[in-house]
Write a protein that binds this ligand. Sequence first.
Ligand code: SAM
Length: 280
Amino acid sequence: MENVYRDTMQLLKKYHIHANKKLGQNFLIEDTVVEKTIEAADITKEDLVIEIGPGLGTLTKELLEKAKKVIAVELDEKMIPILQERFFLYQNLELVHQDILKVPLKEYIEKEENIREVKIVANLPYYITTPIIMKLLEDRLPVKTITVMVQKEVAKRLTAKTGDKLCGAITYGVEYYCETKEVVEVPRQSFIPAPEVDSEVIQLILRDKSKVQVKDEKFLFSLIKASFMQRRKTLLNGIGNSGLIEKNKLKEIMQELNLPETTRGENLTLEQFAEIAQKV
Ligand code: SAM
C-alpha cells in the first residue's frame, strides 16, 4: 500500500483541484483506513466491485488490484480525466460519469459474465448517504456486501438494533435487508479537507431472505416512516394521524400485542412493526 496522503496531495496540486463541498468531497489520506476498508470488503479476483464516488481514486487503486472488475460511478466531471489518466494501464476499470442515484446498477451487473460475487465499496458523499443506501437495498441488487464510510452518527444508527435508542427509520430498512458490522472508526483528520464530524466504516451484509416476511412490504415501511416522521409522538398518534390505520383499529391491535398506549415507534422492533402490518 502506498502513501495515500502523498498521492492525494500530489494529485490535488497537479490537477489544481479544490474539494467541492457541495459534492461531499473529503478525500481519504490515511493508509490504515484504506487498508482496513479493503480488508473488510474481502475482494477476490472473481468479484465485481462497484465503487461509489471514487474521487481521486484512493480506494479505486486498491480495488483494481484485488477485483476482477471495478465499476466506479463518479458525478464530478473533473475527476473523470484524472481517474482515466491515473488508471490507464488497468483493463478492469469501467468509469461511469453519472449520479449514482440515476445509475441502473442492476443492468450493469447483469452485463457482467463469470462473476462470483458483487461487492459495493465507497467512501460515501455524506449529503446523500441515506438515499444511496436505501436505493442500493430497495433495488434488491444481487450484492453480497456493502462496505461504506459514513458519518459516525449515521454509522451508529445504521448498525443499531431496532427498538434501541439510537435507531431511526433507516435502521429498520437496514435490518430488514441486512446484517451489519462496524469496521473501524475514523477521526476527521483522516480526510482532506477534514469534515466537521468523525466517520466510521461499516459493512452491510445482505441477507438471502428479508428478516421478517410480510404480505405488503411497502405498507410495513410506510408504517415505520409514519411513526418516525413525528418521533416525539406516540405510535397511536404518529400512525393514527397518517391515516394508514384507523386509530381505534390500531388501539385494538396494540392491545392484542400487549403494547401500552404510550409506546413510541422507536420502542418497537422490526418484528413488532411486522406484526402490526400483518394484522391490518
Ligand atoms: N473515494 C474518494 C476518497 O475516498 O478519497 C472520494 C470520497 S468523497 C467523500 C465522495 C465522492 O463522491 C466524491 O468524489 C464526489 O465527487 C462523489 N459524489 C458526490 N455525489 C455523487 C453522486 N450523486 N454520484 C456519484 N458520485 C458522487
